[in-house]
Design a protein around this ligand. Structure first.
Ligand code: ASP
Ligand code: MG
Length: 312
């Protein structure tokens, strides 16, 4: 075995006290997000762990599939399609959704990846990009304010001086950001900025098929990523959705994917999916940012780091 990260947690008093502080901050972070969303009229769904369809995530080729009852079930890579289906029942939904993404082993060193993580995944029926960006900013500011109040001792112990940013956050288009900062624009901008900022208008071929192409500007998506300052990288990713059957079929074909893999989604769309928009916030990344931690693994008691083994 290469590394036993899981047991390191319990070795020294200082490590234990630090971990306890991080876990308390994490718990308050989750509580504050729940409070905010309840106040905004969201219904919390229990997460989907196994399903016949899941997020395509084209970069992530190592599939986690289990067999049961004569069928094949993906471990959830994201609840995207279940979110689209759920808003046919409730107007606004969220879930703390565990995701399994078997990322390349060297991604263990990015500081930003775990292969088991939790995202706060939400969706709004008839939601628009503008509304969801506004919601994302208010959610983040609310959580940061509450955690600063409720965890002042823990943050001081961790040496973190957490600033609450002013809204609205700056917005860059993908095109602008790339022209000014090159291919690694996200990292460069994240290091340079002192406040969270948005990147919008991703080109259609760099994202998954479910984010909606702007009917007015073919080739450009109605999506949005929120990036943390201080070099912490991506906070949230989301978009308006393709919900019409023929559009979903076109986008699947354009990406060279096998439509039979998405039969469940196509059946839902045939019966009628409402327009919607949403986003997912990586919880460990949020806790990492709030606490000022070098690696997302530190946000969890039993982290799953790409490329590393564990005994617990
Ligand atoms: N859950 C989605 C993802 O993991 C984010 C979104 O809602 O677009 O990509
Ligand atoms: Mg996505």
């Amino acid at each position: 075995m290469k590394s036993l990260k899981g047991v390191k947690v319990f070795t020294s008093e200082v490590e234990r006290a630090k971990k306890a502080a991080v876990l308390k901050v994490g718990s308050e972070t989750i509580g504050a997000a729940r409070e905010f969303l309840a106040e905004e009229g969201f219904v919390e769904l229990l997460p989907v762990i196994v399903a016949p369809i899941t997020d395509p995530l084209r970069h992530n080729t190592d599939r986690a599939v289990i067999e049961a009852y004569g069928g094949h079930w993906h471990l959830t890579r994201s609840m995207i399609f279940h979110k689209q289906a759920a808003v046919t029942v409730c107007e606004r939904i969220f879930s703390f959704s565990p995701n399994i993404r078997i990322e390349p082993p060297d991604w263990g060193k990015t500081g930003r990846h775990l292969w088991e993580f939790v995202q706060l995944d939400l969706e709004v029926r008839d939601g628009t990009r503008e509304e969801l960006m506004d919601l994302g900013e208010r959610l983040l500011v609310y959580v940061l304010e509450r955690v600063r109040e409720r965890c002042a001792d823990e943050l001081a112990f961790l040496g973190r001086n957490l600033r609450v940013p002013q809204r609205p956050f700056p917005v860059f288009t993908y095109g602008e950001a790339r022209k000014r900062y090159g291919d690694d624009f996200e990292v460069a901008l994240s290091r340079e900025m002192e406040t969270p900022f948005w990147i919008i208008d991703f080109p259609v071929d760099v994202r998954e098929f479910y984010d909606r192409e702007d009917p007015e500007r073919p080739g450009v998506l109605l999506d949005y990523d929120l990036i943390y300052p201080e070099g912490y990288g991506e906070a949230l990713s989301g978009g308006e959705r393709e919900h019409l059957l023929h559009r979903i079929q076109e986008r699947i074909a354009r990406q060279g994917l096998d439509p039979s893999q998405y039969r469940g989604l196509l059946e839902l769309a045939e019966r009628g999916l409402p327009p919607s928009a949403g986003f997912g916030i990586g919880i460990e990344r949020l806790i990492r940012y709030i606490c000022g931690l070098p690696h997302v693994a530190e946000a969890r008691l039993f982290p799953r780091v790409p490329g590393e083994l564990s005994v617990v």
